[in-house]
Design a protein around this ligand. Structure first.
Ligand code: PLP
Ligand code: TYF
Length: 397
């Protein structure tokens, strides 16, 4: 029976991990998969998470199920982290929320919930968007279309083109927005753009669906969610999928949350049963461990401060790598203008070079990046900036 199904090609991004491992060039540079790395190329466990983990090991006395919502303290903490202590939606009980297996779990449950809203709905994603958005949304049975977003000539958002598309949408449309640190381009919406999106959503009736996987890795924990909070305060309905993979370094523990903002507390209570029902039909309940750790970090002043300091240091390191790379590029008088590198936010930058140039960098210089020319800036280190800039000069002229 199984001969009916053919082997599928490997995920090209995850495939880079093996290619990099097999490369014996001592100067090799891994700018592929988007995980945070320190100067030594290591993805360390954050110190506050390590402390929370030790405490948890000593105090946890049962592994029995914890219920469909997940770790309640985690869910409550994440709501406030994203929407703020003063959030009207939290205070008025207009939020349904559930712990999920990572941001991907949140996107999948969120998409299935949207599918339950009716047969006519379409989800709009930015062009380009994170490759995983497509299978996560499509496998929930929703059609996908894309709106203009990235302007390759400036390395920034072409908001006028995006807004022109949004102006044509209506109540059967859902618009997926990256909360901050756009993956793959690093080109973020400005606060004014978020304000205009809120206005459009109110006028046209589409629902914003925010994916926020990098809070704290751009301009800071509060700054990175200014747009999302504005949206939440100024529109009635939205969906938010959040991930603790990057900002708590919990990748493999699969820790995230889904929040649905509704018009009333009664609706929120009904939607709460719906998202729990979607989760039950998929995986029953989310793994709890990562949620326990985040709950501990967020609700202990000392651990929270330690976590924030470390997260700020990570974001600062990424920013200084951006500045350092641009400085090295500028020293080499490369024909292409790369000044967007320091204007973009978060871990990713689209270099905007051709697929041939991407292959040349891989083949001749052992510099690995996604085929799209997206680089994970955190994969750089102060030692390799000159080498990477030299290679860019060679392939770009
Ligand atoms: N959304 C975006 C844009 C991402 O880049 C990521 C991950 O890395 C996620 C969501 C969710 O990831 P995870 O399922 O590992 O939490
Ligand atoms: O875009 C990235 O590189 C990260 C990590 O299936 C990632 O978001 C990549 C592929 C994948 C899951 C996570």
């Amino acid at each position: 029976m199984f001969e009916r199904l053919e082997a599928l090609p490997a995920d090209s991004l995850l495939g880079l991990i093996a290619l990099f491992r097999e490369d014996s060039n001592p100067q090799k540079v891994d700018l592929g998969v988007g995980v945070y790395r320190d100067e030594a190329g290591h993805t360390a466990i954050m110190s506050a998470i390590q402390k929370a983990s030790r405490e948890h090991m000593e105090t946890e006395d049962s592994k029995t199920y914890i219920g469909p919502v997940g770790v309640v303290g985690f869910v409550e903490g994440i709501k406030k982290l994203v929407l703020g202590e003063q959030s009207s939606a939290i205070q008025q009980g207009h939020l349904a929320a559930i712990q999920t297996p990572g941001g991907c779990g949140a996107l999948r449950v969120g998409s299935e919930l949207i599918r339950r809203l009716g047969d006519e709905l379409t989800v709009w994603v930015s062009d380009p968007t994170w490759a995983n958005h497509v299978p996560l949304i499509q496998s929930a049975g929703l059609p996908i279309q894309s709106y203009p977003y990235f302007d390759a000539s400036t390395g920034m958002v072409n908001f006028e083109a995006m807004d022109e598309q949004l102006a044509k949408l209506g109540p059967n449309d859902v618009v997926l927005l990256h909360g901050c640190c756009h993956n793959p381009t690093g080109a973020d919406l400005s606060f004014e753009h978020w304000q205009r999106i809120a206005e459009r959503a109110n006028k046209q009736g589409f629902i914003p669906y925010v994916d926020i996987a990098y809070q704290g890795l751009g301009d800071g924990l509060e700054e990175d969610v200014k747009g999302v909070r504005y949206l939440s305060e100024n529109i009635q309905e939205m969906v938010i999928a959040t991930s603790c993979s990057k900002n708590f370094g919990l990748y493999r523990e699969r820790t995230g949350a889904l929040m649905i903002q509704t018009k009333s507390a009664t609706e929120a209570a009904a939607i709460q049963t719906q998202i729990q029902d979607v989760a039950r039909a998929n995986y029953s309940m989310s793994p709890a461990y990562g949620g326990h750790l985040v709950d501990k970090v967020l609700h202990n002043d000392e651990l929270r401060r330690e976590w924030q300091d470390e997260l700020n240091a990570m974001a600062t390191r990424v920013k200084s790598l951006r500045a350092g790379l641009l400085e090295e590029i500028n020293k080499r008088d490369i024909a292409k203008d790369f000044s967007f590198i320091t204007q973009q936010k978060g871990m990713f930058t689209y270099l905007g070079i051709t697929p041939e140039q991407v292959s040349e960098l891989r083949r001749d210089y052992s510099i690995y990046m996604a085929d799209s020319s997206r680089i994970n800036v955190a994969g750089l280190n102060t030692q390799c900036l000159g080498y990477v800039a030299d290679a860019l000069k060679k392939v770009c002229g």
